[in-house]
Design a protein around this ligand. Structure first.
Ligand SMILES: [Zn+2]
Length: 361
């Protein structure tokens, strides 16, 4: 990675501005200097902004819910100290990691990186250095706290905070939020660039913007959910009934349901077939037993080996190594086998009777 680290622009006052379009179910997010963003929205092509995306509603909430990469702890510790008091390699590594964070597709993380870099450079100014020197301060005061406040939504588990609140307060889930989340301020501005639009602006922590966003979607009866098929966070119209995020995921789910249903049906059909045939053998055996003088032993042995073999074959059907139709064919052949053995026994019995009769004459 480039160790010259020239890629993050140094801004005076970087902001993140969001417009939420309920009707079109879209969000418009911009990062940059506030004046440049306003110029951009008013059609000035020379305006310099850092990021601009239009994407499905709720995506920024999902960005805030994603856990921040572990590199943030290195960044925090390296940037909280005076450069000349620490290992240079460690600081260079942390600068590269800050660039990694800046390059993320997650706009929340990009905004954090921009702000840390902005604040770091502000604290490197000669005036600040002189101030610190004259006051006997060797480390940069409160930069650690600054980074922690900045990254608040990503440091707490915002997703579970939201999902928990939605469980019990499905009309106004914000009632269930901890009051610490309502500290901080956001500002607004309006444009007529694409019809009347309202933009809410974060110039430091994004938490007030996130709260504004959640309030807007709750007023429209939309709630954050994680799709159980693709595991994506999205907005659903119910808080507590699991919903899928798209037609694509609904198709995947219905294919899964059908497969499950077919498997259950398969289980039922081969078990039922086995039970019917077990009773077929059992009833025949009982009939032979009632005939007292008949030697039913060969039938009983064949019945036992049918049960033994059927157990193996059922296992094979279950693991897919034997098809249901081959299994059904085998069951049928066993039924014929039972008939055959039974008639052999009865034939033997009637011959015995005949020969006994012959002897008596
Ligand atoms: Zn999905």
């Amino acid at each position: 990675m480039n160790s010259n680290f020239l890629e993050i622009p140094i801004v005076q006052k970087g902001v993140l501005a969001i417009s939420i379009n309920i009707e079109k179910q879209k969000e418009h997010v911009l990062i940059g200097e506030l004046d440049e963003i306003k110029l951009f929205l008013n059609g000035f092509s020379s305006a310099q902004i850092i990021s601009e995306v239009k994407r499905p509603i709720g995506t920024f909430i999902a960005d805030c819910c994603n856990p921040i990469p572990n590199i943030i702890s290195n960044i925090r510790s390296a940037f909280s100290r005076e450069v000349n008091t620490q290992n240079k390699d460690f600081f260079e590594q942390a600068k590269n990691q800050l660039f990694e964070l800046y390059q993320s597709n997650n706009l929340c993380f990009q905004f954090y990186a921009l702000h840390i870099w902005q604040e770091y450079n502000k604290r490197q100014t000669k005036t600040k250095k002189l101030f610190m020197k004259s006051n006997g301060i060797n480390s940069m005061p409160n930069f650690m706290d600054y980074i922690e406040d900045l990254t608040l939504p990503s440091r707490i588990s915002m997703e579970s905070e939201i999902i928990q609140a939605q469980k019990f307060y499905d009309v106004t889930p914000l009632d269930a939020f901890d009051s610490i989340l309502f500290q901080g301020m956001a500002t607004y501005f309006y444009t007529l660039s694409n019809g009347f639009s309202e933009y809410v602006v974060a110039d430091f922590t994004v938490m007030p913007v996130l709260i504004f966003y959640l309030n807007t979607i709750y007023n429209n009866h939309q709630y954050l959910q994680r799709c159980k098929v693709c595991n994506r966070l999205f907005l659903a119209h119910t808080a507590n009934i699991a919903t899928l995020c798209s037609d694509e995921c609904r198709r995947v789910q219905s294919r899964l349901n059908k497969r499950k249903y077919d498997n259950v049906k398969k289980d039922i059909s081969y078990e039922k077939n086995y039970k019917n045939n077990y009773m077929y053998w059992y009833n025949k055996l009982e009939k032979l037993k009632k005939m007292r003088t008949v030697n039913y032993q060969p039938f009983e042995e064949a019945f036992q080996s049918f049960c033994k073999e059927a157990r193996v074959k059922k296992k094979n059907v279950k693991d897919g190594s034997l098809s249901v139709s081959s299994y059904d064919d085998w069951i049928l052949s066993q039924r014929n086998n039972a008939d055959e053995i039974m008639s052999q026994i009865l034939r033997g019995q009637s011959q015995k009777k005949k020969s006994n009769l012959g002897q008596s004459f």
